[in-house]
Design a protein around this ligand. Structure first.
Ligand code: IPE
Ligand code: IPE
Ligand code: MG
Length: 247
C-alpha cells in the first residue's frame, strides 16, 4: 500500500547498534553501554505504542554475536534475563504480546525459561506485538525455512506445483508476522548485518548516526516522519498510485 503523507508504519524493526561505542566514549566498560541500551528498549516500547505502531521488532542478538568475547556474551545473556523478568508485569499491564524470531533453543536455559514464561503470559494479546530477534540471522532462517518447506513438500502438505512466495514464507520464523515497513539502524552504520533480508524486501530504511543508548522518542518520531514522506511504489509507477489513476 502506498504511504499517504504522515502515515504510521504498521511494523517498525530496529537494528539497535552503538552500545559499545557509547560506553567507550565515556571510558566505561562495554556492558555499561548495553545496560543503557536496555533502558532505550523500555523507552521505545512505550514510544512506538504511543505512535500507534502495532509491531516492534528489536534485533537484540545475532547468530554472529556469539563470536564476541565470552564475558560480553555472558553479560548480554544476563541482561536479557534481567530485562525479561523486569518487563513481564509491564508487558501484561500494557497488553503487549511477546514473540521471538531466531534459534532461541540455543540460548541459555535460564533465558529460555524466562522467555517461555513471558510468551505464555502475553500470548492472548492481539493489539501490540514486541518481537525480539534472538540468536537471529537471516541466512540461518532461510536454512531452517528451506528444511521445513522440503519436509512439508515431502509430506504432501504443500502441492508440488505450488511455487508461490506465500507458501515458502509460511516456513520463515516470521510466518504470522507482517513484513516490516520501516527498518531503523542506529550508530551510523550503513548495513543490515544479516537482519530480515527477505522480510525487508520492500521496507523503507532510516539510518541515523545516533548511538542506541542516546536514541529517544524524538529520534523515533523523526524516523517515522521521514517514512511518512516516502512514496512506496512496490514496482508500480508514481502515476498508478494516484487514487484516481486508471490502471
Ligand atoms: C549493539 O551494540 C548491541 C548488540 C549487537 C548486542 P554494539 O555492542 O554492537 O555496539 P558497537 O557497535 O560496538 O558500538
Ligand atoms: C547487529 O549489530 C546485530 C544486533 C544489533 C543484534 P552488530 O554490531 O553485531 O553488527 P556488525 O558486526 O557491526 O555488522
Ligand atoms: Mg555494533
Amino acid at each position: 500500500m502506498p504511504n499517504s503523507p504522515g502515515s504510521i508504519p504498521h511494523h517498525v524493526a530496529i537494528i539497535m547498534d552503538g552500545n559499545g561505542r557509547w560506553a567507550q566514549q565515556r571510558g566505561l566498560p562495554r556492558i555499561e553501554g548495553h545496560r543503557r541500551g536496555v533502558e532505550t528498549v523500555r523507552t521505545m516500547i512505550d514510544a512506538t505504542k504511543a505512535l500507534g505502531v502495532r509491531y516492534l521488532t528489536l534485533y537484540a542478538f545475532s547468530v554472529e554475536n556469539w563470536k564476541r568475547p565470552a564475558t560480553e556474551v555472558g553479560a548480554l545473556m544476563g541482561l536479557l534475563e534481567f530485562f525479561l523478568k523486569r518487563e513481564l508485569s509491564t508487558l501484561v499491564r500494557d497488553q503487549i504480546r511477546l514473540r521471538t524470531i531466531g534459534r532461541t533453543d540455543q540460548l541459555p536455559e535460564a533465558v529460555r525459561r524466562q522467555l517461555d514464561a513471558t510468551i505464555a503470559a502475553t500470548a492472548h494479546f492481539t493489539e501490540y506485538t514486541l518481537v525480539l530477534a534472538l540468536n537471529y540471522g537471516s541466512r540461518t532462517e532461510v536454512v531452517d525455512a528451506a528444511r521445513a518447506y522440503a519436509a512439508a513438500l515431502a509430506a504432501g502438505t504443500i502441492q508440488a506445483d505450488d511455487n508461490s512466495w506465500e507458501s515458502f514464507a509460511r516456513h520463515l520464523y516470521t510466518a504470522d508476522l507482517p513484513d516490516p515497513d520501516l527498518v531503523i539502524r542506529t550508530s551510523g552504520e550503513y548495513r543490515v548485518s544479516n537482519f530480515m533480508l527477505l522480510q525487508a524486501a520492500y521496507a523503507e530504511f532510516v539510518f541515523t548516526p545516533v548511538l542506541w543508548p542516546d536514541f529517544g522518542p524524538a529520534e523515533l518520531e523523526a524516523a517515522v516522519t521521514a517514512y511518512g514522506k516516502r512514496e512506496r511504489r512496490f514496482g508500480q509507477t508514481s502515476e498508478q498510485l494516484k487514487p484516481d489513476a486508471s490502471r
